[in-house]
Design a protein around this ligand. Sequence first.
Ligand SMILES: [Fe+2]
Length: 282
Amino acid sequence: MSQLVFAAKVTHIPRMVLSELPGPLHGCRADAIEGLEQIGQRVRASGATSVVILDTHWLSNAAYHVNGGATFRGKLTSSEFPTQLTDFEYDHCGNPSLADALAAKATERGVPTISHHNDSLGLEYGTLVPMHFMKLGRDIKVVSVSGWCAYSTIEESRRVGAAFREAIEAGREKVAIVASGSFSHRIHDNAVVFEKPYEISDEFYRQCDLRAMELWQTARWKEFTAMLPTYAKACYGEGWMHDTAMLLAALGWDRYEGRAEMVTPYFVASGTGQANVVLPPN
Ligand SMILES: [Fe+2]
């Protein structure tokens, strides 16, 4: 029986935080929040005791990194969106031994990956926002992975994701993997970004995203994995979609047979393409 018990690709748009608060934007992203809550419930129901989050907000310019911290507690004001994510409170447990196992296996498979045990290495909001809305608190441990790999190839991320699966299967713990990032990610030009929160920045990106969704829902992974390197670049995929490459590799890459389940159907946020999608491991 597989130790990888759950997998998903999710959104982390900061407007969900505003949607929760009283004010003019209250409820504006209720659909995305509801999807993440449902995914959190399903993580719990799967029996997972840890979740690995492939975080497209953790930028790496060299190597792959895994946060092996034991505990994460504090408040975050995002440097990217300080008005949207302000004093955002979090309190989570890490899983140092799982982080070490993931990094060791990826390194063994030829891609240098480092597990860090440093109290001052925090979590990015690509990890914190989904953890908040999945309501996993301190019950399910979290291991965050750098998923914005500026100078890596999709092939390297494929190898890392496959190695993560190996490490998970070699362990005794049930684990969920969550890729945190959008599909196309061309945010609007600055001059108009606040006027168009629900419009795509270019129809080309939406059409590519919709085609990708179709391939995911019909399990056409051969085609999708073949198009991923070009799609990620042409549509400014968030983090160049290294989260997606690692996730799909953990699921079997082009041999994966699962069909995507759209928990929150495709939606547009500030020019980008988003969804909450469950991908059953096989
Ligand atoms: Fe993001």
